[in-house]
Design a protein around this ligand. Structure first.
Ligand code: GUN
Length: 296
């Protein structure tokens, strides 16, 4: 079997066109959705993510307030800036790019963001609401994975899903979202991690394998059954002297070999990546819509 490729760029473009219409409608009602983006330090990967987020806001007509702070920025200064955006009616979403420098307490920073502006869905209030099935801002990467599956016609209800990776940003929230009793859930989920005894034993019986481990070749062809759907959330830089930048991006899946066995597969780049930013735009538009209903 040769897998069909799930084109994340195409799905993201379709969703962004829908969001552009929503932004135009909100502007007609006197509101421009606004996102504050805060980057502390100069990690190259974080810098390129943040630039892509700012560009995406602009493309759909949203306002973005870009804040690039030096790596020696104090926690107090960062908390002050968050407080300023919490109280700014032009800002509907606040995103602090992670990871933060070691001297800053990440938990304290995430807790300082107004849950009504937490478009990353990382605040414990939103995490808790998501877990118990209440309305919440859903974290962007896992929500993007689910949209990608649904919009590619993959049935989640009753599916055996195996997630490899248990991060707070992807694995844990994705598992929670997939077990919800809702149209975007109803799956049977297993989460594998670094202490799992035999990961292949689990992935081999999965209808859907989701790799979010942050390590190239975590999923090889022997680890997936014929016809499985394979979603690759990994973004890893590997040295490549033939490239101008000196590296290339690969996911967590051995794409060449696995695509000969799977029925559907996401590439890296061009799979989950474009969806993450799209869901950030989605949450910011949703936040602006909610602020409008709070005013009325
Ligand atoms: N770092 C890696 N992924 C993310 C994300 O989705 N949001 C934020 N804020 N930081 C990240």
């Amino acid at each position: 079997m040769t897998a069909q490729i799930i084109d994340g760029k195409q799905v993201a473009a379709q969703m962004r066109a829908e969001l552009k219409d929503s932004v135009a409608r909100l502007k007609g009602q006197g509101i421009t959705p606004g996102l504050a983006v805060i980057l502390v330090g100069d990690d190259p990967a974080s810098r390129s993510y943040v630039t892509a987020k700012e560009k995406a806001c602009e493309e759909i007509g949203m306002h973005s307030d870009d804040n690039r702070l030096p790596s020696e920025t104090t926690q107090a200064k960062l908390l002050g800036l968050i407080d300023q955006f919490n109280n700014d009616p032009k800002i509907h979403g606040i995103l602090v790019q992670l990871p933060l420098p070691a001297h800053i307490d990440e938990d304290a920073v995430l807790l300082a963001i107004d849950p009504n502006k937490d478009v990353d869905g990382f605040h414990p209030v939103n995490v808790g609401r998501m877990v118990v099935g209440q309305e919440a801002f859903l974290p962007c990467t896992p929500h993007g994975v689910i949209q990608l599956l649904l919009r590619s016609g993959v049935k989640l209800s009753g599916a055996e899903v195996v997630i490899v990776g248990r991060s707070n940003i992807v694995g844990k929230p994705l598992a929670n979202m997939l077990i919800q009793k809702s149209a975007t859930g109803n799956a049977t989920v297993t989460v594998c991690h670094t202490r799992t005894k035999n990961i292949a034993e689990h992935t081999r019986r999965a209808d859907i394998v989701i790799a979010a481990a942050g390590r190239p070749n975590t999923i090889t062809a022997e680890m997936v059954k014929d016809g499985a759907v394979v979603i690759d959330v990994g973004v890893n830089r590997v040295e490549d002297a033939t490239k101008k930048k000196g590296y290339r991006l690969v996911g967590d899946v051995d794409f060449e070999a696995v695509s000969r066995k799977a029925s559907l597969i996401t590439p890296v780049p061009g799979g989950v990546g474009p969806m993450t930013i799209t869901m950030l735009l989605y949450n910011t538009v949703l936040s602006a819509e909610k602020s409008l209903s709070r005013c009325n």
